[in-house]
Design a binder for this molecule. Structure first.
Ligand SMILES: Cc1cc2nc3c(=O)[nH]c(=O)nc-3n(C[C@H](O)[C@H](O)[C@H](O)COP(=O)(O)OP(=O)(O)OC[C@H]3O[C@@H](n4cnc5c(N)ncnc54)[C@H](O)[C@@H]3O)c2cc1C
Length: 239
């Protein structure tokens, strides 16, 4: 169903938890139905005077997660919707959601692999859902995540990702910190992509998510590295 035809549903915030200094996790109650890993929802906020604003947010939780649908939202200064989530939202608040939305930026364990995931900043959120879905299905599909962030403290779910890379057979993580540590000043580049491709094997699916600039430059690098454009799926968060 087209997104604009989907009904809005009221969802109650059941839990809020800090994820990084700028990102918080929100668990929503009262949402039935299953999504596919990689999909997003639309969130609509309406002020008492009737003014409303809506934005898209990727689903972080795995399909069927009993703890409820999870979003991870980065608070942007002056951001109309994200600043509500960063500073005002409380457990018990109700917002309107619709979805799940998205038909091509999705992966399920049946889709197999190898799978190359490349995320920048909050662009890791839908990729996290894919990793969580892989784990829920006890899948050992080869999957490699290149995750680019400015510094380690800004890495969403860093500890979870590191534990998954340590414990889950077939999953590998390359965490790139562009402003600190040994990789300061480095961006996702051709060498990194070729190393990842050598490691994970010829990919069946490639998912790239982040800001417009990040997705554009990574997609170019993938094509330069002879990855077929038809297997590269992208999600742009804006910015
Ligand atoms: C499919 C999809 C999935 C997404 N998933 C996620 C996700 O999982 N997590 C996430 O955090 N985001 C996600 N996004 C991005 C999200 O939809 C919003 O774009 C983001 O939260 C910013 O919305 P906002 O209303 O807070 O900012 P907006 O009000 O739309 O502002 C956008 C930018 O402009 C700046 N700005 C706004 N007003 C002013 C002003 N007056 N002067 C100067 N600058 C200004 C803000 O600082 C901000 O940087 C996703 C986007 C898409 C398309």
């Amino acid at each position: 169903m087209a997104a604009e035809k989907m009904p809005w549903r009221t969802a109650r915030i059941g839990a809020i938890a800090p994820v990084t200094p700028r990102v918080k996790s929100f668990r929503f109650e009262g949402l039935e139905g299953r999504h596919r890993a990689g999909q997003h929802v639309e969130v609509r906020l309406t002020a008492p005077d009737g003014y409303s604003a809506q934005r898209s947010y990727s689903i972080a939780s795995a399909p069927g997660d009993a703890a409820g649908l999870e979003l991870m939202i980065e608070g942007l200064e002056e951001g109309e919707v994200s600043s509500y989530f960063a500073g005002i939202a409380e457990v018990g608040d109700e917002v309107e959601l619709r979805g799940p939305i998205g038909g091509s930026f999705v992966w399920s364990p049946e889709d197999e692999g190898p799978v190359l995931l490349i995320g920048g900043g909050s662009g890791v959120v839908p990729l996290l859902s894919m990793l969580r879905a892989r784990f829920s299905a006890r899948s050992e599909t080869p999957m490699l995540l290149i995750y680019s962030v400015r510094n380690a403290a800004e890495a969403i779910a860093r500890e979870e990702l590191q534990i998954r890379a340590r414990d889950e057979p077939g999953f590998d993580l390359t965490l790139l910190t562009t402003r600190e540590g040994a990789t300061a000043g480095r961006r996702v580049d051709r060498v990194m992509i070729e190393t990842a491709l050598d490691h994970v094997g010829k990919p069946r699916h490639v998912f790239v998510c982040g800001s417009n600039g990040f997705v554009g430059s990574v997609s170019d690098l993938l094509v330069d590295a002879s990855v077929k454009p038809s297997i590269i799926r992208t999600e742009r968060f804006g910015g």
